[in-house]
Design a protein around this ligand. Structure first.
Ligand code: ADP
Length: 638
């Protein structure tokens, strides 16, 4: 029979497993059991709607069979099984989920030793069997098929797949344990006590019974009598098939039984997450609707590399039976990053996705959980700002989108979770910002650019800071949309320092400015003319402090939005342009130079105008529209 080759990346992982010097080899059992448990979940779920499965919940189990003579451990399940194509697809190629991520980590030019340390942090799936085995055979029959499949591999040189007989649906994974070496007593994996301990340690919460034949001593009456007439006893070894795991899912257990650390360890293993979650919500609700929930806010973004999907990672259970793996209707999308489980006996077992949306119980659960998630996040915001900032870096965008969604329907619920930059490394909530505002400050000032640095260095900010007011700096068009959805904070309006009236000028000052504009009208028109088409307006400004000029916009589209739309899906979107306004600082020497050139030398004045416009573009962080004209204009000035 021809051997098939593993795909290259699988081979590398396999090599690593086989030659692994990793000390924590024992995790292989957890991996194989967890695959078995998943396979049972799938068939059990199917059995809810398909009578032909012919099994009820109590029929499902995982059996571990040890054979010291043959040096094998068999993990047997009566789950969904695999077809031949699936066996080939799933076991011949590196698996999709966690293992892929592991591979992703390995792809970098990392030292082998570093690769190895990762093994313990991720689930590494089926291949981990090769850490302790020199041959693995999988015999499986998929539900609905009459034939089985036999997959066999002795390691990196390939595998074979053949059709075979198998009486019942399910999968046997038969691992032939390696010979002992000086450093490693592989034979211990054939000992009942060892395997039992490993099941307890890693797979105690698996919902299905994990059974093993366990020998123990039994006292029995021999039938003879002692001298005093009492019955004579002797001991003999009996083998009993025992369920080794406690099976109660971790979320079903009380806080006194299971610590938060246990939950976090469970979460990390389940989600193959290396980082601790930043928040944990544990609920045990009794009342109109009873449910238990264990939810986590991940410490990092952990999206599925294949689908880009990072949503709806809450799994629904009804009395320990999974009824929906990814329920994205339980909490709103703005909390879509939350992972975990919700288990309620009040939920119907064969509920469909459509029905779920209208399910009253589920809505109540969802609302309560959202409140709990929010209050956990608020606690984090209060007690551990750096950690909250990290959270916001990862998932702030979900909250922001939530504020803008449905015409701001959720903004009041969510707005306290927002934080904004007020400097290179400080972020505050809007409430904190407003509370710190001096009496004389009337508005919340903000400046927007594509990076924080650029926003901070926008010329228009200077005047605001000079007055002792702080600004919030926005770094994406979404931020601007958020402010526009919010409208105000505690009655204070938002003021864009680039486009809005800062409200600093007295009536007299405004009047003087208008007069000054009229006086300089001819010059301003000349500047507009000299710059050309792209520019809509030129005006004088007194909010530029020490800078000669700035680029601002009028109307709804800002420079940030223009930048954002440039990568939009339609040509129409990509060509959206902001209405550009060039502001000149009449107090700056550059303006005096422009004025005198305008009187003495119009050509020079035109070049100065072009240079000023290009400078304004540069400081606004936009590309100089016509670099050739800019260089010419500068050269002409010498
Ligand atoms: P993962 O579990 O992360 O997907 P694995 O390498 O452990 O990766 O397994 C690969 C795939 O093989 C699984 O996703 C599953 O489809 C299939 N598989 C493994 N073990 C079993 C089993 N006992 N029964 C049915 N399918 C299985």
């Amino acid at each position: 029979m021809a051997k098939k080759q593993f795909k290259a990346e699988s081979k590398r992982l396999l090599d690593l497993m086989i030659n692994s010097i990793y000390t924590n080899k024992e995790i292989f059992l957890r991996e194989i059991i967890s695959n078995a448990s998943d396979a049972i979940d799938k068939l059990c779920y199917l059995s809810l709607t398909d009578d032909s499965v012919g099994l009820s919940r109590s029929d499902f189990a995982i059996d571990i069979l040890l054979d010291k003579n043959a040096r094998t451990i068999t993990v047997r399940d009566n789950g969904i099984g695999m077809s031949m194509a699936e066996a080939e697809q799933n076991l011949g190629v590196i698996a999709k989920s966690g293992s892929y991520q592991f591979k992703g980590e390995m792809d970098g030019e990392k030292a082998e030793s570093e690769d190895l340390s990762i093994i313990g942090q991720f689930g590494v799936g089926f291949y981990s069997a090769f850490m302790v085995s020199d041959e693995v055979t999988v015999i499986s029959r998929k539900f609905g098929e009459s034939e089985g499949v036999r997959w066999n591999s002795k390691g990196a040189d390939g595998y074979t797949v053949t059709a075979c007989e198998k009486e019942s649906v399910g999968t046997d994974v038969i691992m032939h344990i390696k010979e002992d070496t000086e450093d490693e007593i592989y034979g211990s994996y054939l000992e009942v006590w060892k395997i039992k301990a490993l099941v307890k340690k890693y797979s105690d919460y698996v919902r299905w019974p994990i059974r093993m034949d366990i020998e123990h001593q039994e006292r029995f009456e021999t039938g003879e009598k002692n001298d005093d007439g009492s019955p004579k006893y002797e001991y003999r070894m009996v083998t009993e098939n025992e369920t080794v795991n406690s099976m109660i899912p971790i979320w079903q257990r009380s806080k006194s039984e299971v610590t938060d650390e246990d939950c976090i360890a469970w979460y990390k293993e389940k989600n193959r997450d290396r980082k601790d979650p930043v928040a944990l919500v544990r609920v045990n609700a009794e009342g109109a609707v009873s449910y238990k929930a264990m939810l986590f806010v991940p410490g990092e973004q952990n999206e599925n590399v294949f689908t880009g999907d990072n949503k709806g990672a809450i799994t629904l259970y009804s009395n320990g039976v999974m009824i929906m793996e990814k329920c994205d209707k339980l909490v709103h999308e703005y909390f879509g990053f939350v992972k975990g489980v919700v288990d309620s006996p009040d939920l119907s077992l064969n509920i469909s996705r459509e029905l779920l949306q209208h399910d009253r119980q589920l809505r109540i659960i969802g609302q309560n959980l959202e409140k709990r998630i929010k209050s956990e996040l608020e606690k984090l915001l209060r007690d551990d700002r750096p950690k909250y900032q990290e959270f916001f870096k990862n998932f702030g965008v979900d909250i922001k989108c939530g504020i803008c969604d449905e015409y701001g329907r959720w903004k009041d619920f969510l707005k306290d979770l927002l934080i904004f930059w007020t400097g290179e490394d400080s972020q505050v909530t809007l409430k904190e910002y407003v509370d710190a505002m001096p009496e004389s400050q009337k508005a919340i000032y903000y400046a927007s650019a594509d990076t924080l640095k650029r926003a901070i260095s926008l010329p228009q900010c200077e005047e605001v800071r000079k007055r002792g007011f702080s600004l919030i700096y926005l770094t994406s068009p979404l931020d601007e949309m958020v402010l526009s959805a919010l409208g105000d904070q505690d009655g204070k309006r938002f003021c864009n320092v680039v486009t809005d009236d800062l409200g600093f000028d007295t009536d007299e000052e405004k009047k003087a400015a208008e007069e000054r504009d009229i006086e300089n009208r001819e010059l301003l028109d000349f500047v507009k003319e000299s710059v050309g088409e792209g520019l809509s307006k030129v005006k004088l400004s007194n909010k530029l402090a020490s800078r000669p000029c700035a680029l601002t916009t009028e109307g709804g589209v800002t420079l940030e939005m223009e930048r954002y739309f440039r990568y939009g899906p339609s040509e129409e979107m990509r060509t959206v342009r902001a209405t550009r306004v060039l502001e000149l600082n009449p107090e700056h020497p550059a303006f005096s130079a422009l004025q005198s050139a305008f009187t003495d030398n119009r050509d020079k004045a035109a070049h100065l105008a072009q240079v000023l416009y290009a400078l304004a573009e540069l400081s606004a962080g936009v590309e100089v529209e016509d670099p050739a004209a800019f260089t010419d204009a500068v050269t002409e000035l010498f």
